[in-house]
Design a protein around this ligand. Structure first.
Ligand SMILES: Cc1cc2nc3c(=O)[nH]c(=O)nc-3n(C[C@H](O)[C@H](O)[C@H](O)COP(=O)(O)OP(=O)(O)OC[C@H]3O[C@@H](n4cnc5c(N)ncnc54)[C@H](O)[C@@H]3O)c2cc1C
Length: 305
């Protein structure tokens, strides 16, 4: 064996799992296809349960001073969760890129080996081990491990190669997201209805605004690259009448509302966690939070003092 466990993917799920395995004294190698972190921040903030599990691992102080809130919504209906038991409220401001940075540093401190620029290409398993083929900066090589965990995202190569069943419903629409600098737009809560669709505009910093656009009748598309900013600006103009075309897009994305979940999280010596095991519309802000929670055996819920 080269190691006890190989984790494919250094997103929030893979990094949290790597730290957890090391805490249990298990050797782990993480193979991540990107040479360096993308810096993208799909997720924002922590749900209450994620705050609890990060606290249980002593990780919360690493995020600096965290502002928390009791104010949430369920399908647009305001909800105040302040009256519930628990030691924490939710946070809505930590960027996913910061979460990944903190988790990676923690996992490495625990002794995890993270190999960036190493893409898992294929796998085979038998009763004794899993063999994986990896392409790294210096060429291809093989790794033999007791268990492989696919934390390689919604299009998981591990899930497909190992033959997991992934039933659900396909996307019916396309939604745009853009983080844009240098534009002046009205602040809009998630789910604000305008003629022709739903929009959101929330400032991530003084000069950076996150826009979400969900236009009625938009057809789902398989894109090979990021969504063109011109298309996003045109949709924003149609729905809000605001011109953002002169802004600078920092990150754009297009995604759908497909919902799928594997029927098993384990097939023999291959396991899945995070988006590789479940995908859904990110509107509820759950995906990263659930992915982190997939990988940890939490202690019981603490109570608020
Ligand atoms: C627009 C948008 C907004 C979102 N907002 C929120 C939010 O507010 N709150 C929230 O909780 N969630 C949110 N999410 C969901 C969240 O981003 C994901 O659920 C989360 O990133 C899943 O983490 P993961 O580690 O499972 O997968 P990923 O973050 O996708 O990480 C997978 C990793 O695997 C690597 N990889 C892929 N294939 C291979 C391979 N073959 N070999 C090696 N490495 C590989 C990838 O490079 C990547 O680093 C949002 C998603 C989107 C699209």
């Amino acid at each position: 064996m080269d190691t006890a466990v190989v984790v494919a993917g250094a997103g929030p799920a893979g990094l949290m799992l790597a730290g957890e395995l090391r805490l249990a004294g298990v050797d782990v190698i993480v193979t991540e296809k990107l040479a360096r972190p993308s810096g993208e921040s799909r997720g924002l903030g922590f749900t209450v349960r994620t705050m609890e599990v990060l606290d249980q691992r002593g990780l919360l102080p690493r995020f600096g001073e965290l502002t928390t809130t009791a104010h949430h919504h369920f399908d647009g209906l305001p909800l105040n969760l302040g009256g519930l038991d628990g030691a924490h409220l939710a946070n809505k401001s930590v960027l996913q890129s910061q979460t990944e940075e903190v988790l990676e540093k923690w996992a490495v401190e625990q002794g995890a080996e993270i190999r960036r620029g190493h893409e898992l290409l294929s796998l085979t398993q038998n009763d004794d081990a899993v063999e994986i083929e990896v392409r790294g900066p210096a060429g291809g090589y093989r790794l033999r491990c007791a268990y492989l965990v696919g934390c390689d995202g919604g299009r998981s190569k591990v899930r497909k190669s190992a033959g997991f069943d992934f039933p659900g419903t396909p996307a019916t629409m396309e939604i745009f997201l853009a983080d844009v600098r240098g534009v002046r737009v009205q602040e809009r809560k998630f789910g604000e209805t305008v003629p022709g669709g739903l929009v959101m505009a929330g400032h991530l910093s003084d000069d950076l605004v996150r826009l979400i656009i969900c236009e009625h009748g938009s057809a789902p598309r398989q894109r090979t690259g990021p969504a063109p900013f011109e298309e996003i600006a045109a949709a924003w103009m149609r729905l809000t009448g605001e011109d953002i075309s002169t802004g600078t897009p920092v990150w754009t994305s297009a995604y759908g509302d497909a919902v799928r979940q594997v029927t098993n999280y384990r097939l023999g010596r291959v396991l899945l966690a995070g988006d590789s095991a479940h995908i859904h519309l990110p509107a509820g802000g759950q995906g990263m939070n659930v992915s982190i929670q997939d990988t940890i055996t939490p202690r019981p819920r603490p109570t608020r003092s």
